[in-house]
Design a protein around this ligand. Structure first.
Ligand code: DGY
Length: 321
């Protein structure tokens, strides 16, 4: 390619990432940060050799089919890639890459925050203070539950699950997990493996979700599986909202079947089920898992590393299709 490749960057990215994109590419940046809808995405792709998309862009089969022939690579600024029809991209010979590793610690930190927030009624306490409704310390009010000495059940022991396990061990928790395959002893670090994720659920005082959203994991947490969990257990979700069936979780939180939930991701976000905000026993964050400047810069650089490799005729390090 004699000229610099042309790329469409669908969302506003950290300054240092945009500067590098503008230096190395004919980059169409999204100054106002308007999330493109289907038409805007396809319009932005016109004349481009590659796309740098995010988790808010729906790159489904119909979008892939309508992309100009010139688009040969899609780099997503995310580790999750359920928003891209990877099989359709493969069929059209479009390379797809993601950004693993660099958001592991930031996301595990948020999972820990959710776990603590849910266990210690942080949201409720915060709201009470802001509403000027706190009438003083009392021995028996606002009691939460200790995490030390309890069992953390991790559904999906990839990088983020393992990083949360490390943090939880430091707090004196015992780790149980399920995963597609059992980890080697050095990665397992004494965690107890359950081949069947349903069987795992019965062990957790806290259950934390770290699996990708796939047709198999969609609505994994439903009334039947909540019934397998311990009475009063805490559910934490930093994976994807679609892994949880909202109506079922809300009913379990209302009835006291589950004690509380710490949630960073929601089905249909940002339009989450209204039931969550109405509950005292939810600790809710707006998809902040990777939201630190350092992490978002690292994600952007990784996405650009992948595009750089592709346009240099090399294998992109994080190719998923
Ligand atoms: C990801 O990378 O998949 C995250 O959800 C974005 O924070």
């Amino acid at each position: 390619m004699s000229q610099k490749p042309e790329i469409f960057v669908t969302r506003k990215l950290p300054k240092a990432v945009e500067e590098r994109a503008a230096r190395d590419y004919r980059a169409h940046l999204n100054g106002p940060d308007d999330p493109p809808d289907r038409d805007a995405l396809l319009k932005g792709a016109e004349g481009c050799d590659g796309l740098l998309v995010t988790t808010t862009d729906r790159v489904d089969n119909s979008v892939i089919e309508a992309l100009p022939d010139r688009v040969k690579v899609i780099a997503t600024f995310s580790v999750g890639f359920e928003h891209i029809d990877v099989a359709a991209a493969k069929d059209r010979g479009i390379v797809v890459t993601n950004t693993p590793d660099v958001l592991t610690d930031a996301t595990a930190d948020i999972a820990l925050l959710l776990m603590l927030g849910a266990a210690r009624r942080a949201s409720e306490g915060e709201r009470m203070i802001r509403a000027h409704a706190w009438d003083g310390w009392a021995p028996t009010r606002m009691l939460g539950t200790d995490l030390g000495g309890k069992v953390l059940a991790i559904v999906g022991m990839g990088r983020i699950g393992r990083a949360l396990a490390k943090r939880a061990r430091a707090m004196g928790m015992t780790i149980h997990y399920s995963n597609r395959s059992r980890l080697s002893p050095d990665l397992e670090e004494g965690a107890v493996y359950h081949a069947d994720p349903e069987e795992l659920l019965a062990h957790g005082d806290v259950v934390s979700l770290h699996c990708p959203l796939t047709p198999q994991t969609r609505h994994f947490i439903d009334t039947r599986r909540i019934g397998l969990m311990k009475q009063g257990a805490i559910l934490v979700n930093t994976a994807r909202g679609g892994v949880v069936k909202d109506d079922d979780l809300i009913a379990a939180l209302k009835s006291g079947r589950l004690g509380s939930a710490g949630l960073d991701v929601f089905e249909g976000e940002p339009n989450l089920h209204k039931g969550y905000a109405a509950l005292e026993n939810t600790f809710l964050l707006p998809h902040l898992g990777s939201a630190t400047l350092e992490t978002r810069e690292a994600m952007g650089f990784k996405a650009l590393d992948n595009l750089d490799a592709f346009f240099a005729g090399k294998a992109p390090p994080d190719r998923i299709a």
